[in-house]
Design a binder for this molecule. Structure first.
Ligand code: NAD
Ligand code: TDX
Length: 350
């Protein structure tokens, strides 16, 4: 039985990946290592938690001794690393946590892999999951390719860029069998309601203002989370050693257009008269260092591995809105506790 470690498996993308791996590969034992920060939630994994090929481990990737002991104990066959501080606004408010988890945490995993895998280092797989934000911002045209120079602008993207460089360095220096993917914005169930889509659904539900940064003209390329985890599965198994793969939805939206679409669907599902929640739109001061546009050229993964998005945006977006409205208890649970304090701090002075 192969032992695969997934870090950050209680978060948004990680929990979808854990579901896929546990169900698709009964001959793998999936170990999910997660610190359970505000963004990690075991509720996301309820329906697979009793599976015999699944184990949850609570722990912090920043804790070097703990990580070394974990690797020594389990002799993992591979690792898919998603644990991270992931919200850009939080990184602007308090960057240090991003440096610890995203950079130091990644190096702890690299060292543990290198030290325990030794001569097997070229065979066992170290997969680092990253973001398109490392490439910086595009103008009106063009798309990021794997060779686009790194140009991060937020503490979040700078910390992810740093970790990408370190992962590549462990391949070039020590021969570690690494692979990296850089993906565009994900949407879908189980995303913490600090990110645009679930935040706005939750606010519409409670008739709260919808804080649009700047003029709402920034563009993001949206991919349904299930398509992202299918790409991760493919890259983990078939991606070439030392390579980077861009993953994207080929689905660009200007924020304000996406928000109007979101309002239309949410109002319809809540059986409110058409356009009711448009009045909640509130333009607030812009995010500092706000990247104008992201777009991904995903031809490499398409040509090499045959991956392309399978979920149409209309369908995925409606499913997503419906999921949050049908799972109000989940929303309530994750927005209790420190969420109110976070919200006050983040939005009161905008
Ligand atoms: P998330 O914030 O929802 O989940 C992160 C998970 O990591 C949480 O479960 C959290 O508890 C855990 N974690 C945080 N610090 C930890 C630590 N020190 N030790 C152990 N666990 C820790 O994030 P997400 O949106 O699911 O993103 C997952 C990965 O994918 C990240 O690496 C992110 O950079 C990358 N990514 C995200 C997107 C996106 O649109 N969300 C797009 C591209 C890439
Ligand atoms: O309240 C808001 N108002 C607003 O206008 C929020 C939270 C966001 N926005 C804008 C900022 C962005 O242009 O919406 C866009 C999307 O914002 P986020 O959901 O915060 O995502 P983004 O900053 O694009 O980053 C996301 O995609 C790449 C993830 O959070 C990252 O983890 C991932 O790497």
């Amino acid at each position: 039985m192969k032992k695969i470690l997934i870090t950050g498996g209680a978060g948004f993308i990680g929990s979808h990946l854990v579901h896929l791996m546990v169900r698709k590969y009964p001959n793998y034992h999936i170990y999910n290592l997660d610190k359970l920060t505000y963004a990690g939630n075991l509720e996301n994994l309820k329906d697979i938690e009793k599976e015999s090929n699944y184990t949850f481990i609570k722990g912090d990737i920043v804790d070097e001794n703990f990580i070394n002991e974990l690797f020594a104990e389990h002799n993992f066959d591979g690792l898919i690393h998603l644990a991270a501080e992931s919200h850009v606004d939080r990184s602007i408010h308090s960057p240090l946590e991003f440096i610890y988890t995203n950079i130091v945490g990644t190096v702890n995993l690299l060292n543990a892999a290198r030290n325990t895998w030794k001569e097997d280092m070229g065979n066992k797989r170290f997969y680092h999951v990253s973001t398109d934000e490392v490439y910086g911002s595009l103008g009106e045209t063009g798309a990021f390719v794997e060779t686009t120079p790194y140009d991060p602008h937020s503490p979040y993207s700078a910390s992810k860029a740093s970790s990408d460089h370190l992962v590549r360095a462990y391949h070039d220096t020590y021969g570690l069998n690494i692979v990296i993917s850089n993906c565009s914005n994900n949407y879908g169930p189980y995303q913490f309601p600090e990110k645009l889509i679930p935040l706005f659904i939750n606010n519409i539900l409670h008739n709260r203002p919808l804080p649009v940064y700047g003029k709402g003209i920034n563009v993001r390329d949206w991919l349904y989370v299930e398509d992202h985890v299918k790409a991760i599965d493919l890259i983990y198994h078939q991606g070439r050693k030392g390579e980077t793969y861009n993953i994207g939805g080929n689905n660009e939206w200007k924020n304000i257009d996406l928000i109007h679409q979101l309002i239309a669907i949410t109002d319809e599902l809540l059986q409110r008269p058409k356009g009711t929640s448009t009045q909640l739109i509130t333009f607030v001061s812009d995010r500092k260092g706000h990247d104008l546009r992201y777009a991904i050229d995903a031809s490499k993964i398409k040509n090499e591995l045959g991956w392309q998005p399978s979920v149409q945006f209309d369908e995925g977006f409606r499913t997503t809105v419906k999921w949050y409205l049908d799972n109000e208890d989940w929303l309530k649970n994750v927005t209790s506790g420190n969420y109110q304090k976070y919200y006050e701090e983040m939005y009161s002075n905008r």
